[in-house]
Design a protein around this ligand. Structure first.
Ligand code: DHB
Ligand code: FE
Length: 319
């Protein structure tokens, strides 16, 4: 059986991608941001997920004002980086996982969430920047550490889905993953945000108090967070702050009670408040995070104990 072991929230500011691509990560402005992801990259290397589901938004790269699906699942074998105006980012093509993606599409659609199925799709900074933040810089000719299933959410043209709809979709995705027969450790990313507004009289708006309360509720009281209406995001977090509803898909796919493994918040990156969180499900099943490599020589009972001990997170916080 496949299982979701953890959820990751991360901002997707495009200038972070440009800083990586242009070798500026050691400059003080950028180092402040990248140093907040060092522990997360170590966690990711240790966790070694078999697959990542990345909930993200397209910024008129694969879709446009002519056609914009509310929820679009990438079922293709690969997703090339999109040209966002200055050529595609120098990152590897993202490899998909078509069999699990098709299984999720079937399960979720039969559960009455009407996804669009994408068998060909390019992916923009909304997806590749959070992947870089968690997996580090990956050479264009190398491979991302695991296959990825993209789930694109419309947060660019009114009306986006509600936070509650996103949260419920997360639950349906979890059910889909858990009914997939292969033994896979899956992580799910919720991306975008946190507070920011890019244009208009409120351009530059950042609301740290709102962002921190969002992270607190995401961790401890997601049901309350799922009830927050669009207008609150717009007023408190700015027009582009609505991207934050995507984090609720990730949260819906986790247990009600989770362990907060890590949190990072800094202001600003470009126009945006950068937020990041790692939330782990408490281990219930056989395969330990990081695979079987050490546990294999032990009897199943011992293996369970070791998996539980290893997956117990050290609470590392940075705010
Ligand atoms: C910025 C942030 C975004 O989320 C985005 O998609 C584009 C730009 C910014 O802060 O500049
Ligand atoms: Fe964005």
């Amino acid at each position: 059986m496949a299982r979701i072991i953890a959820g990751i929230g991360s901002s997707h500011v495009p200038a972070i991608g440009a800083a990586i691509d242009n070798g500026k990560t050691e400059e003080p402005y950028w180092k402040r941001i990248f140093s907040g992801f060092e522990k997360s990259q170590a966690w990711m290397r240790e966790t070694k997920p078999d697959v990542a589901i990345v909930v993200y938004n397209d910024h008129a790269s694969a879709f446009s004002v002519e056609m914009i699906p509310t929820f679009a699942l990438g079922c293709a074998a690969e997703f090339p980086p999109a040209d966002e105006g200055w050529g595609p980012r120098p990152v590897p093509v993202v490899k998909g996982y078509p069999s699990l993606a098709s299984h999720i599409a079937q399960s979720v659609i039969l559960d009455e969430f009407d996804l669009t199925i994408c068998n060909k799709m390019e992916v923009d900074h909304g997806m590749t920047v959070p992947m870089n933040l968690l997996f580090g810089k990956v050479d264009k000719n190398a491979h991302w550490p695991c296959p990825v299933i993209p789930l694109a959410v419309n947060v660019v043209m009114y009306p986006p889905p509600t936070g509650h709809r996103c949260y419920m979709l997360g639950k349906a995705i979890r059910k889909a993953v858990e009914s997939y027969p292969e033994d896979l450790n899956v992580v799910i990313f919720g991306t975008g945000g946190l507070s920011h507004q890019i244009s208009g009289p409120r351009a530059g708006l950042i609301n740290s108090k709102w962002d921190k309360a969002f992270l607190d509720n995401l961790s401890k009281d997601p049901q309350k967070l799922a009830k927050v209406p669009h207008v609150d995001y717009m007023r408190e977090a700015g027009a582009e702050g609505i991207e934050m509803v995507m984090w609720l898909v990730m949260r819906g796919a986790l247990d009600d009670k989770v362990d907060e493994v890590y949190r990072f918040y800094t202001v600003p990156a470009s126009n945006t408040a950068v937020g990041h969180i790692i939330l782990a499900n408490r281990p219930r099943t056989a395969k330990p995070a990081g695979g079987y490599k050490h546990a294999a020589k032990h009897k199943p009972a011992a293996k369970h104990k070791r998996a539980a001990a290893r997956a117990k997170p050290a609470l590392i916080r940075s705010r």
